[in-house]
Design a protein around this ligand. Structure first.
Ligand code: MN
Length: 374
């Protein structure tokens, strides 16, 4: 609606001339539609300057970092979130100053409005300022989640880098891994010590490891080839995981017209070249990933944990959507599951020793693939 736009633009220009600090913030929003606070709502300044990190599920997931200063909130959008590790800097894009009352804001910005999508408070607290000039802002955060010394460094235009100056908050933190390979099962028969095993459906799909960092995913196939581009319908899994860093193990299966997994190998889409062909395939012949294990979670490798503990970490993520599922496992009574799998035309079950670790890249007798009777 061009008429509405020009009125807003004119208002903004007027306000800017009058020296109103939040003119840009005001110009981008219609306060009759968005639940975001209008600049008139003012909170008192507190003893310590405050900060907030808001997780913003807009067109692209990002985290908005805002520091209280001179009665407003200078703001940066950080696509991968607050960096936990001094070795990995994150891009931060400066956005318009927000009103102080935005520091508590959480809610749903209507679709089609500026920044449409869900906003959640990811962290909040206060900060100590060391330095604030045009190119560098240095401070120590005292948040509920994040504590530590950080610097924002301007690189070019609105682009800044966010760097953690302190060691990782968790001194036992392990770096985010890469190049892992899945653990493989041996073929065999149902184990005699049935109660020492967990039983999962074998889907006969395509094995993948999925790396999720800062809400972005990388999908590797079993030999380590990055196949992320082939499965655009999985990108939103990153949003579902949010800021937790994880490496997941699972199987890709094709979905039928009723969105039910089809046993057998999903289309590998090897013959599809263009992005548009891949997007079409994702729409017309989507896949789902059946998740069954976790190799890294929130700063720690989980491969040495027993299967049951890893399953707890995995299930805590509550990953269940149209294109990803976390099927449950059954303790003991493998024969019943083998019969059920056969009845549904599934290839079989995998028996996993409950107290066994994850032997990445190895074929291990702790996992036994038991074929279903046909
Ligand atoms: Mn935002």
């Amino acid at each position: 609606m061009p008429a509405k736009k020009s009125t807003r633009a004119q208002k903004a220009a007027k306000a800017k001339k009058a020296g109103e600090p939040l003119a840009t913030y005001r110009a981008k929003r219609d306060f009759e539609i968005t639940p975001e606070p209008s600049p008139e709502v003012q909170l008192p300044e507190s003893d310590h300057p405050r900060f907030v990190v808001q997780e913003h599920h807009a067109t692209a997931l990002h985290w908005d970092f805002r520091l209280e200063r001179d009665g407003v909130l200078p703001s940066w959008a950080v696509p991968k979130g607050i960096p936990p590790d001094p070795k990995v800097n994150h891009l931060a894009v400066q956005t318009e100053d927000h009103p102080l009352s935005y520091i508590d804001f959480a809610g749903e910005i209507p679709k089609g409005e500026y920044g449409g999508g869900t906003v959640k408070v990811w962290d909040q607290g206060w900060y100590e300022l060391e330095k604030w000039d045009a190119r560098e802002v240095k401070f120590t955060l005292h948040g509920e989640r994040v504590q530590g010394r950080y610097v924002l460094i301007k690189t070019r235009g609105k682009q800044w880098l966010m760097h953690r100056m302190d060691p990782p908050q968790d001194p036992t933190r392990e770096p985010f891994p890469s190049g892992l390979r899945p653990m493989l099962a041996k073929k065999g028969t149902l184990p005699k010590d049935d109660g020492d095993f967990g039983f999962e459906i074998a889907w006969g799909g395509r094995r993948v490891l999925i790396y999720v960092e800062g809400g972005r995913i990388e999908v590797d196939d079993a030999d380590g080839t990055n196949v992320s581009d082939r499965y655009p319908e999985l990108t939103r899994l990153g949003r579902a995981v949010g800021s937790t860093e994880v490496v997941l193990d699972g199987e890709l299966v094709a979905l039928d017209d009723n969105d039910q997994p089809q046993p057998g190998v999903p289309p590998d889409r090897q013959d599809l070249e263009s992005d548009s062909a891949l997007r079409r395939a994702a729409r017309d012949h989507p896949v789902a990933v059946m998740l069954f294990d976790i190799l890294y979670c929130d700063g720690h490798m989980t491969t040495d944990l027993p299967y049951t503990e890893r399953r707890k970490h995995l299930e805590a993520l509550k990953l269940s959507g149209a294109n990803w599922q976390t099927p449950s496992f059954h303790k003991g009574d493998g024969a019943a599951l083998v019969r059920a799998a056969g009845g549904q035309g599934l290839p079989g079950v995998v028996a996993k020793r409950l107290d066994s670790g994850y032997a990445a890249g190895k074929r291990s007798g702790d996992w036994v693939l038991v074929a279903a009777d046909r």
